[in-house]
Structure formats: C-alpha cells, structure tokens
Design a protein around this ligand. Structure first.
Ligand code: SAH
Length: 343
C-alpha cells in the first residue's frame, strides 16, 4: 500500500482532483500530518467520514521504527528499522544556530569510497520519500524540538536517488508543513556530474556540497572510485556552471587522511583549483573506523593545511568534531548493529 508521506502537496492535489475531491484536501492533510502531526486518518476530524474510510483503504502512515538511540552532549544518533527489515540511521546535532539533522538517502551505498563505512555495505535500495520524511518526524517527536537544518550526508549518495530526494526537499520546505527554509537544506554529493547539472537547472536555492577530498585525480582515484567516471576538472566545470546559474556559494568537503591527502602540496593544489570560485572549504578531521586503514591527520598538519588555504584567500573552516563517542561517522551505527545480529 502506498504511504501518504510519499506525496508532495502538488501530487496530493492532483490525486484528489483525479478522484473528484477538492484539491484543498491536500492542504488539510498536510496540516494534519506536518503541523498537528497526527498518526492516523481517524484523527483528521475535518474530513468527511467517507473520505477517511477511503484514505484508510488506500494509504498507510507509518513505515519506519526507531530501534536504537545513542546520546552524547550535543549529538544524538538514531537507528531505524524499515518495513523490509533494513536499517538506516540519522544523526541530530545541536548547534548554537539550531538543530541540524543528517539524514540517510539509501540503504547502503554503491559509491565505494574507501574511507567510508557506508560504502562497505552495498546499496540494497533507494529510500522512499516517506522514509526520508519520517526520519525528520520521528526525531522531532523524540526530542520535542524543532529541526531547523537538514543535511543529506548520511548513508547513501543523494544524487543516486535524485527524484525521491527532490520530492523530499519539496515536502519539508512546504511553508504550511514542516517549513524548513530552503537555504537550511544541504545536499552533499561525491560528484555525479550529470546530476549536478540537473540540480543546477532546478534553481531551487538548496545548498550544494561536494565531497572532494583530493585536488589530484591520482589521489582521488585511489580513495573515491567515482573519480574514474567523473574527473576533478569535470566536477569543477559543473560547479562553475552551478555558481553562474544560481549565484550560490558551494561547499567543498575535504576529509584529512593522514599521509594521503594532507600534505602542503595538496593544500596548495587545492587552493589553486578553487581560486576565484565562490566557495568555501570544510576541512573534516577523519573519524577513524576499525574497518579502514586510514588514520586521522594530526592537529599540526590540519592547522598547517588550514593556514595554506587561508593565506591563499580561500574561505575555510575546520569542522567541529561531533559524535566520535557515539559512532556518528556515516554508517557506523548501522554497521555495528548488523555485525551484532550476525547478518
Ligand atoms: N554520498 C554523499 C553523502 C554522504 S557522505 C557524499 O559523498 O557527499 C557525507 C560526508 O561524510 C562525505 O563528505 C563523506 O566523505 C564524509 N565521511 C564519510 N566517512 C567519514 C568518516 N569516517 N569521517 C569523516 N567524514 C566521513
């Protein structure tokens, strides 16, 4: 049966028009689901009895179940069971500017980045729109606090589940629904160039982040297999087009891996690659996992890398470390749970 949380407002309106109902029902349902947050059609008391009965026959509401939570001072990690028994995770971070959630977009991931836990578990399927939306609703229900920012940086490659991701963004951005500002939503990609181009055409105002992690193809090929398909220069060209079309600043994520991509030469090459681009670089101290051989760069190296970028007038920050105590790096909780269950 179809899940009601799969529907954008526009899709619901067309649905109701097709069945001879007023399209205003879509507004009412959005209000019940996303403002009043009811859990059943029976609670939608301003709908006719017949319509409630009809909706109950056609749609389900619940689909993901919270099975585990780990909390630290300013981070909470959630593990969810999906209807088919698969598991996904979401991470909530408390910042001084609000609460930001990192959502998963796929069960597993096919990109195969060698430093990343998620990629060890191959993609089993894309998440449905409802499974994306419900990560937000369930976490807000748990914390009783509003989520103000959404980053698509959990398990999976958002641009490998493009249509569902775009519909999800449409739903959470609806001003009469969850109402998360478009500029508070960030999509992160490992660099699927045709999708960056498609995304550019949407001119949606969503933030774009690129997981670059190396300024040389030679290094990037070794840590990110996708680079054999889309080279660094292709990504940079696509990003230039995006900036030209949208006038938005792009974020480049750069994990610092000891003795792999953290040398002064890398920093200098990165600075010259990004020169004159409207962008900023987020340096990420690597969150070590027991399953990869990679190590975190030491503080001195990280600071030196930062200084070289700064001196070249690149906007740069070092990401504050969240959640290493709660296995918050991408895919870690899920992978631990699967190991425990012996699957
Ligand atoms: N597939 C998308 C989004 C998911 S990964 C992408 O590649 O952007 C989100 C970010 O977390 C990426 O920049 C990824 O490279 C990074 N990441 C993965 N494993 C990590 C780890 N162990 N420590 C720090 N960052 C990690």
């Amino acid at each position: 049966m179809n899940n009601i949380y799969n529907y954008t407002k526009q899709a619901l309106e067309s649905y109701f028009e097709e069945i001879g109902e007023s399209k205003f029902r879509a507004d009412q349902i959005f209000d019940w689901l996303y403002v009043k947050r009811v859990k059943s059609f029976d609670e939608m008391t301003n709908l006719k009895k017949d319509l409630i009965k009809y909706l109950k026959e056609k749609f389900i509401l619940d689909e993901i179940k919270l099975v585990k939570k780990q909390s630290d001072v300013d981070v909470k990690k959630y593990l969810f069971n999906l209807r088919d028994g698969n598991k996904i995770e979401a991470v909530l971070m408390n910042h001084d500017y609000g609460n930001s959630i990192c959502v998963s977009t796929q069960v597993g991931c096919n990109m195969g980045c060698l430093f990343c836990e998620s990629g060890r578990l191959k993609k089993l399927r894309n998440l449905d729109v409802c499974e994306l939306v419900l990560q937000i609703l369930k976490v807000e229900e748990d914390t009783k606090q509003r989520i103000s920012h959404v980053v698509l940086m959990g398990i999976g490659e958002p641009f490998d589940n493009y249509d569902n991701v775009m519909n999800f963004i449409n739903i959470i951005n609806d001003p009469k629904g969850i109402n998360i500002g478009i500029r508070h939503i960030t999509v992160s990609t490992c660099g699927i160039v045709p999708k960056i181009k498609e995304f550019t055409k949407e001119k949606a105002g969503v933030n774009l982040a690129i997981s670059l992690h190396a300024p040389f193809d030679e290094i990037r090929n070794k840590i990110m297999p996708i680079n054999k398909v889309y080279k660094i220069c292709d990504i940079i060209d696509a990003v230039k087009e995006y900036i030209k079309a949208t006038n938005r600043r792009v974020t480049f994520e750069y994990i610092l891996l000891k003795d792999i991509n953290d040398t002064s030469d890398c920093a200098k090459a990165l600075a010259s690659l990004l020169k004159d681009l409207n962008c900023y670089v987020n340096l990420i101290p690597y969150n070590e996992t027991s399953n990869t051989k990679y190590k975190k760069s030491d503080k001195v190296t990280i600071n030196k890398f930062y200084d070289i970028l700064k001196e070249s007038n690149i906007n740069v920050t070092i990401r504050r470390e969240f959640g290493s105590n709660v296995s918050a790096a991408c895919g870690q909780l899920r992978s631990e749970q699967i190991k425990k269950e012996g699957k």
